[in-house]
Design a protein around this ligand. Sequence first.
Ligand SMILES: Nc1ncnc2c1ncn2[C@@H]1O[C@H](COP(=O)(O)OP(=O)(O)O)[C@@H](O)[C@H]1O
Ligand SMILES: [Mg+2]
Length: 247
Amino acid sequence: MNILELLSLNSYYGHEQVLYGINLAIRKNAITAVIGPSGCGKSTLLLTLNRMLEECGGRAEGEITFAGKDFFSYPKEEIRRRIGIVFQKPSPFPLSIYRNLTYAPVYYGVRDKKKLNEIVESKLKVAGLYEEVQADLHKSALQLSGGQQQRLCIARALTVEPEILLLDEPCSALDIKNTANIEQMLLKLAQDYTIVIVTHNLAQAKRISDYTAFLLNGELVEYGETKKVFSRPQDRRTWEYIEGIYG
Ligand SMILES: Nc1ncnc2c1ncn2[C@@H]1O[C@H](COP(=O)(O)OP(=O)(O)O)[C@@H](O)[C@H]1O
Ligand SMILES: [Mg+2]
């Protein structure tokens, strides 16, 4: 089943067009990797998909269907709750670990202390961070290591129970061990969530994704099962990119 369907999607910043006629169906409860050289529009695609593009001075046109309904007919707030985003640079709020995780639930009206504690514990566990921080929940999140901060940001994104998690190069600032931790977590999360991950790490796309989309100069050149895209790409440009000929 497709949770998101994009039809002739164009995205712009001012007069500059960045995405051209993207047709893409995102499978529910799968991991979709978006690959492509720097500047090809990967981040713009994610920003479009949680309505952050407008906040960055951009706009989108075309058709997007989300959970069977016109994406643009949902209130922005609802889109951002149901489609979460995690950025490249870990960006915890300058608050305690606990407050990072209760921030959104409190905003959405959860007041019960026991319920909030439950959210904190369960999301930290999902993110594989609970054991490391359970004794320090009231310590500033900024004191965590980069890898811990990124796991905290993923846990935080999950506190509002989104259906889709968009991740923009979440491991690019992390070492191998932290990257492996996050990959493990994403594989587990894919049982309950739909994941779209932008990565410039082709080995990572190959390891964890079910589907791969290859973007080049704002166009979707190739999209399909990861195994096929990497072993038998249909487009010469995909093959060249995978072989490291450019990008
Ligand atoms: N806020 C912005 N305003 C104007 N142009 C932008 C903005 N953000 C990105 N761009 C341009 O859009 C194009 C695609 O950028 P981006 O989506 O960030 O690519 P990627 O994530 O694949 O590196 C680039 O040419 C970039 O310069
Ligand atoms: Mg980017």
